[in-house]
Design a protein around this ligand. Sequence first.
Ligand SMILES: NC(=O)c1ccc[n+]([C@@H]2O[C@H](COP(=O)([O-])OP(=O)(O)OC[C@H]3O[C@@H](n4cnc5c(N)ncnc54)[C@H](OP(=O)(O)O)[C@@H]3O)[C@@H](O)[C@H]2O)c1
Length: 266
Amino acid sequence: MKIAFIGAGKMAEALIARLTDRKNIVAADVSRARLRFLSAKYKVKALTDNRAAFASAEVVILAVKPQQLTGVLDELNSNFEFRISKLFISIAAGIPLSYLQKKLPGHSVIRAMPNNPCLVGAGMTALAKGGRVTGRELRIARKIFEQVGEVVTVPEKWLDAVTGLSGSGPAYVYQLIEAMTAGGARLGLPRKLAAKLAVQTVFGAAAAVKATGREPAELRAMVTSPGGTTIEGLNVLARRRFSGAVIEAIAAAAKKSRALARQWAV
Ligand SMILES: NC(=O)c1ccc[n+]([C@@H]2O[C@H](COP(=O)([O-])OP(=O)(O)OC[C@H]3O[C@@H](n4cnc5c(N)ncnc54)[C@H](OP(=O)(O)O)[C@@H]3O)[C@@H](O)[C@H]2O)c1
């Protein structure tokens, strides 16, 4: 299966780095330096010509910034071979299937919302498929994103909520790690040690939820003894509306995602 990446930035590299069949990958980008780097490191074919990359592939991954996408689609559309039907996967945040399908008539289109931990193979990607997409094409898309983490398929109407939660979510967790580190440092721990304790605590807590399959509330209760230390900390979080703040943050990010998507409404 030949795969073309149009736009070969951070997210494209995260995928390229983990796809095993690299001889079938072509990366296209405006930056020659970027392409030189990728072809040297990953031995992929690199092109500055988006149309040639498109023509050589069965699956086209659109990995440019949202504001660059219209230009790329118009450029591809001017290619004679554009009429040959392919599977397009767009990772551009906020650009709806209706717009993509209008610009890609006759092609199958899937929207993907990956997140930043894809860079280390621990990502969360949600896929939403357009009307023409076959079961085989969806399996191909799943297989690609399974190389960089977990994958779910959702109706497109959920993608704004997904963006607010798993798309923007890593930033909330990074902020939690920063705050835990600052809390340790304020009590006199060396900053490096505090950071190590904070990172491993967040990593371990997430791993415990995943590995045990238990509810976070159940695991929380297991480490919270009456009159102990943890309950003191949790009481502060409750007084400062920690959960409410997180819920509001997710809602605000989802609202912004909806507003951005409106610009592209067809
Ligand atoms: N990074 C994430 O965590 C994340 C998460 C979810 C979704 N996404 C989505 O993934 C997409 C890519 O994000 P990214 O972080 O990988 O961005 P990025 O690092 O900026 O990569 C985009 C690449 O495309 C190149 N490019 C610009 N115009 C082009 C054109 N006309 N033809 C070919 N290549 C072109 C850019 O070059 P220049 O830099 O020279 O412009 C850049 O190398 C975005 O749409 C974003 O919404 C990213």
